[in-house]
Design a protein around this ligand. Structure first.
Ligand SMILES: NC(=O)c1ccc[n+]([C@@H]2O[C@H](COP(=O)([O-])OP(=O)(O)OC[C@H]3O[C@@H](n4cnc5c(N)ncnc54)[C@H](O)[C@@H]3O)[C@@H](O)[C@H]2O)c1
Ligand SMILES: O=C(O)C[C@H](O)C(=O)O
Length: 329
């Protein structure tokens, strides 16, 4: 398994690269960034784990060298929020960064699983899909928007109510997109079942939807979630790698192009959104089946879902348009 981190020198990139370097599923770790990869690579190279490590900058065909032969590319490249910004405010800069990196993937490692972390995920994943489509290389089963941090937050925040010893023992599907009201935690479908007192549900739901803002505010201008994101990004990447190596029964919420995945068409029709995060069954081919949790949502969650659909459609369209009708320079 050759794994690439694109944006490896950043706040997420460095701890994510550390986790991948320490992971026995990774044989070869390749770090790519526009700055500082020599230092990050030298540092991580002293860790006595199995993964061989290399680092590249754009010069001297660095992207080609970094990407060629990759089985998985994780993309945390791009600017993070500062207080007062929405994720959509990042679009102007990050859309072009993701487009350029995915063009490189289409050219040098089109078979790789692509895990997009860069925000706004609701738009950067459609950008990636359009770029791959234009290159004739789009495999919807291998393109994932990483929404695992929303799941991790839901598991963590609900613990105050369940009192569970290990928060990750409570499985909560978080579906929709990855920003504000497009994030929809389905506490009614938690396993094992959780009973949320009615007067706590709004607060808990909002905390999951706006957990990112909590961190942005606390960091006070120094960026957004990096360490918890590296944990979440690694957790998802590890599941993808386990499935690639033949482990069965892995289901994870992730933001995918629904019409390209078994079971996805019905969800796309019901939501009016071609891209949506739902629990997806992972296999060797990538996303093999989209599970539909919509029918089991309760009345409270159905209202959340209506708001989600409205916001998400515009975000998706903006990403698609960025590639179809590029902005004039
Ligand atoms: N999906 C999620 O749940 C989630 C969670 C947290 C953060 N994010 C997003 O992840 C992104 C990165 O956040 P961060 O805190 O690590 O930012 P950061 O600024 O610390 O790091 C970004 C890195 O990307 C690199 N970079 C910029 N352009 C590049 C290019 N063309 N090719 C390769 N590398 C490039 C930068 O040099 C930098 O090292 C942001 O967009 C942030 O909003 C997403
Ligand atoms: O909030 C952000 O901008 C970063 C990330 O999307 C998060 O959810 O923490």
């Amino acid at each position: 398994m050759k794994a690439v981190v694109a944006g490896a020198s950043g706040g997420i990139g460095q701890p994510l690269s550390l986790l991948l370097k320490a992971c026995p599923l990774v044989d070869h770790l390749s770090l790519y960034d526009v700055v500082n990869t020599p230092g990050v690579t030298a540092d991580l190279s002293h860790i006595s784990s199995v993964a061989k490590i290399e680092g590249f900058l754009p010069a001297d065909d660095g992207m080609k060298k970094a990407f060629t032969g990759a089985d998985m590319v994780v993309i945390p490249a791009g600017i993070p929020r500062k207080p007062g910004m929405t994720r959509d405010d990042l679009f102007k800069i990050n859309a072009g960064i993701v487009k350029g990196l995915v063009e490189g993937i289409a050219e040098h490692c089109p078979e790789a699983y692509i895990l997009v972390i860069s925000n706004p995920v609701n738009s950067t994943v459609p950008i990636a899909a359009e770029v791959l489509t234009n290159a004739g290389k789009f495999n919807p089963k291998k393109l994932f928007g990483v929404t695992t941090l929303d799941v991790v937050r839901a598991e963590t925040f609900v613990q105050a109510i369940t009192g569970a010893k290990d928060p990750a023992d409570t499985k909560i599907p978080v579906i929709g997109g990855h920003s504000g009201e497009t994030i929809v935690p389905l506490f009614s479908q938690a396993k094992p079942e959780v009973k949320i007192p009615e007067d706590k549900l709004d607060e808990l739901t909002k905390r999951v939807q706006f957990g990112g803002d909590e961190v942005v505010k606390a960091k006070d201008g120094a960026g957004s979630a990096t360490l918890s994101m590296a944990y979440a990004g690694f957790r998802f990447a590890e599941r993808v790698m386990q499935a690639a190596k033949g482990k069965s029964g892995i289901v994870e919420p992730t933001f995918v192009y629904l019409p390209g995945i078994e079971g996805g068409d019905a969800i796309a029709k019901e939501t009016g959104c071609k891209y949506f995060s739902v629990p997806v069954e992972l296999g060797k081919e990538g996303a093999v089946k989209a599970n539909n949790p919509l029918g089991m949502a309760n009345e409270y969650e159905k209202k959340l879902l209506q708001a989600c659909y409205e916001g998400l459609k515009g975000n998706i369209e903006k990403g698609v348009e960025f590639v179809k009708n590029p902005p004039q320079k």
